[in-house]
Write a protein that binds this ligand. Structure first.
Ligand code: ADP
Ligand code: ZN
Length: 823
């Protein structure tokens, strides 16, 4: 066999792969798409093989691949192609692009191991020969002696227990007497304790005697355990048993000791989700519009080639049923399907529906899952056991083969754009993947992005319409509350307008439900000095700190920096500090004061962090246990609550003030979406929108729920101002802790870009970025626009190469293609 070499993509921020030699032990194995462990500097790293060759690379010493991780290639060929596309299109470092596609690394643990070097051996010999040595040298001798007796590298965890421990070892490493390297070791499969009622207890009398000694409450807990395990259910994982029987660990231990229970260890399996049990999906008969849309999708799927479609359906038009039908179509042709949703909460809703319909072949993938659970789902997909994947952005990389359909629900959502490298857009990646695989991409929305609707008008996407709500339910009526007038009347600003308060009171009387959206979490947006006008700012970012009353902190929502609210102004030391701008916490508190009898819950990132908390709040609201739900945009998206008859939007125009060309679009989308939450069941709905700019077209058209007019007007502005969808757009951000560096590098880049102006790329900047400081970095930004994507791509690729040639640090320059935000 000639020597073989493999190009490995490693998760480092560089634009190249690394060449490794393939050891003879891997003869006959293809390495393409397979995860490998390789030495990288002194570390072990996991990468993926993406090309092979038998030509030796042009470097002095080629290291060998240490280990093959899986039997099955993690990435099928189409995903490797997709990874290359992400690298090219988004100018992403290749290894980071590929890492986004791989399963979480749960199988191995990185360990540091130390061993004695030759010079260490000499040093030890010298020291032992010397009669008088210093105290610190004594410690070194003691430690080195331990190493002398070892035949292989010693794990750091053991060295820790030796005299001197790691502190002395580190010094010896620095002087070259010891060497440290990373080793990877397999991690044991995690297990869980499973508990069963013992069918043949050792002797009734013994356990009865035991039990007689226990307190009444313990006996009740025991009875409940018996009830759960022996009567209603079989063996259960310990954690689940404790929850279901409301019992403590101690009670289980007692019963186990008495022989009434038996326990054993089992590999962790996906916990049964109580959210799923007893769920009966609605049995809807498709209406004419739904049927027509679905028949068209069937034709695309049967055609067995790439096509892309936009399902434009007003809120409550029953898009989900069309998605389910489309998945069925794909499965009936022996194909697989992916459904992308914009956030984790929606994987719960949609996941449950899809699972109820298609059963165990459905996998759920999102970043909120613990690594081990995500890895298990991921491999279930890779092995072909799951054929339908419901997930968030990164599920676009789900390793399905024979893909027939990718659905992108709420395709306009900016959460599809990843805000760290690789900065891909899940929706656009979905369309590209569908193209690669000859599959159907179906984008769904009530308020399509300008880009997508433009594509539909241009004939690139086929357009399907659901123009009316199911059963011809009317769209909710939208009323605009002019806050300027409200203030003139009241001369004070309550967190909620009179009109909205009255409307909520009415719902409480009627016993229907209300949702209140305020798109800022916290109690107050900021703390301001009345004397000098300064906001209390983050010390790392150019942003005002948000006040959280329950924690008594001012917090930075970007970097997490927090302080106690100062009593006096940090700038002028006056004592006139006050809080401005109401957030969810304040609105929540205000409503509790106003309606003490109402049951009110809050949904934002401070109150719900885990999947379980989401399920609790949303489940309680769906069951009618909550009257008023207050929340950020988390409440706006997708959910289908039947008894909501009022939606109030507090400070609807918050987004309009942002320096971003999408401000109007975002406002229109948010208002239309949230309005769509009202009146979905048999009860009619009403929406109250509070604003200081009642005549703004985004607010007006949202109130009329008139997408087409909004699109026309917005598209007109975009066209004359050269913004997407009429130009391709990218930003380059230059950042550094030192402002001089950031300025110097952006000047250099400006010079580099100058000639591109003549090649059809418009370059704005460098200018201070809208967030001029973030996490201590100073930031300067270029905005690049071009009617020709290829010209833009050339300028960007050139800039990346230029920065590399100038040896700018890899993290100093951030390229963002098709950015979701300009700030
Ligand atoms: P959206 O288009 O806003 O995503 P959904 O798919 O959530 O709308 O559907 C809204 C509601 O209408 C759901 O409760 C769903 O069960 C119901 N529904 C869907 N199709 C029909 C139908 N053909 N007949 C009656 N109800 C339907
Ligand atoms: Zn900060």
């Amino acid at each position: 066999m000639p020597p073989r070499y493999c190009e490995v993509a490693l998760p480092v921020p560089l634009h190249s792969t690394f060449t490794y030699a393939v050891p003879a032990s891997l003869d006959g194995e293809s390495l393409i798409g397979r995860r490998v462990v390789v030495p990288f500097g002194k570390r072990a790293m996991i990468g993926v093989g993406i090309a092979e060759s038998d030509r030796p690379p042009n470097i002095a010493q080629v290291k060998e691949i240490a280990e093959l991780m899986d039997h099955l290639p993690a990435l099928p060929p189409k995903l490797i192609e997709l990874g290359h596309w992400i690298t090219r299109y988004y100018l992403a470092p290749i290894g980071e692009a590929f890492r986004a596609m791989l399963p979480p690394e749960i199988e191995i643990r990185h360990n540091r191991a130390l061993s004695l070097t030759d010079s260490g051996r000499t040093y030890l010999r010298e020291l032992t020969a010397t009669k008088e040595i210093a105290g610190f040298e004594n410690a070194e001798v003691d430690l080195l002696r331990h190493f002398e007796n070892e035949h292989s590298a010693v794990p750091a965890s053991r060295v820790r227990r030796w005299p001197g421990g790691e502190a002395v070892a580190e010094k010896l490493v620095r002087r070259g007497y010891l060497t440290a390297r990373d080793v990877v070791s397999p991690r044991k499969m995690r297990t869980q304790k499973v508990v069963a009622w013992n069918p043949n207890p050792p002797s009734e009398t013994a356990s009865a005697r035991q039990r007689a000694k226990s307190s009444p409450s313990t006996r009740e807990a025991e009875a409940r355990i018996r009830e759960v395990l022996a009567s209603t259910r079989g063996p259960l994982p310990l954690a689940l048993l404790l929850e279901k029987a409301h019992a403590s660990r101690a009670v289980v231990q007692r019963l186990e000791k008495a022989g009434a229970l038996v326990t054993w260890e089992e590999p962790l399996t996906p916990g049964e989700d109580p959210w799923d049990t007893d769920f009966v999906p609605p049995a809807n008969v498709l209406n004419t519009e739904q049927k027509e849309a679905l028949e068209e999708i069937w034709r695309w799927i049967v055609a067995d080639k790439f096509s892309a479609g936009l399902l434009h359906g007003v809120t409550g038009s029953g898009k989900t049923e069309v998605y389910l039908g489309a998945i069925e179509a794909a499965l009936s042709r022996a194909k697989t399907a992916i459904v992308l949703v914009p956030e984790i909460a929606l994987t719960l809703w949609l996941g449950r529906l899809v699972r109820a319909r298609f059963g165990a072949i459905v996998a759920i993938l999102h970043s909120g899952l613990p690594d081990i659970e995500r890895a298990r789902e991921w491999w279930r997909v890779r092995r072909g056991e799951a054929k339908v994947v419901v997930g968030t952005r990164s599920a676009v990389f789900a390793p399905l083969e024979n893909l027939g359909l990718i659905i992108v629900d709420e395709e306009q959502e900016s959460s599809y754009k990843q805000e760290e490298t690789p900065r891909y857009n899940g929706r656009d990646t979905a369309v590209y993947r569908a193209r690669l695989e000859g599959a159907v991409a179906l984008l769904g929305s009530a308020t399509p992005s300008l880009e997508t609707y433009h594509n539909a008008r241009a004939g690139k996407y086929q357009l399907l319409n659901l123009a009316s709500r199911v059963e011809n339910r009317p769209l909710a009526e939208v009323r605009i509350v002019d806050l300027r007038e409200e203030f003139r009347r009241q001369h004070r600003a309550a967190p909620v307008s009179d009109a909205l308060r009255a409307a909520i009171a009415l719902r409480l009387e009627e016993r229907t439900q209300a949702m209140v959206l305020i798109n800022r979490r916290g109690y107050s947006w900021s703390q301001l000095c009345r004397s000098c006008g300064a906001f209390v700012q983050c010390q790392n970012c150019s942003i005002a700190l948000t006040y959280h009353k329950s924690r008594q902190r001012l917090e930075c929502h970007y970097c997490g920096y927090s302080i106690r609210p100062p009593k006096e102004c940090p700038k002028c030391h006056a004592e006139y500090m006050y809080f401005v701008g109401d957030g969810t916490e304040r609105v929540d508190e205000y409503l509790r004061e106003q309606f003490p009898a109402a049951r009110i819950a809050r949904l934002d990132r401070d109150t719900v962090r885990t999947k379980r908390e989401y399920q609790q709040v949303l489940g309680a609201f769906a069951n009618g246990e909550i009257n008023i739900l207050v929340g950020t945009q988390m409440v706006a998206k997708g959910h289908d609550f039947q008894r909501v008859t009022l939606v109030g939007v507090v400070a609807a125009d918050l987004a309009l003030g942002r320096p971003d060309f999408r401000a109007a679009e975002r406002t229109f989308q948010l208002l239309t979406q949230v309005a769509g939450r009202a009146g979905r069941g048999e009860l009619a709905g009403e929406v109250l929108v509070e604003t200081y700019y009642p005549e703004h077209y985004a607010i007006q058209y949202a109130a009329q729920q008139d997408y087409i007019s909004f699109y026309e007007k917005e598209a007109h502005f975009r066209r004359i101002l050269y913004y997407p969808p009429f130009t391709a757009l990218a930003t380059i951000l230059v950042r550094d802790r030192k402002v001089e560096n950031a300025i110097r590098w952006s000047r250099a880049l400006a010079e580099y870009f100058a000639p591109f102006e003549e090649r059809g790329v418009k370059i704005l900047g460098p200018a201070a970025a809208p967030l001029a400081r973030l996490r201590r970095d100073y930031r300067f930004q270029f905005v690049l626009k071009s009617p020709h994507r290829s010209a833009l791509a050339k300028a960007l690729a050139g800039a990346v190469a230029f920065c590399a040639a100038k040896e700018l640090p890899a993290t100093a320059v951030i390229v963002d293609v098709d950015p979701a935000n300009l700030s």
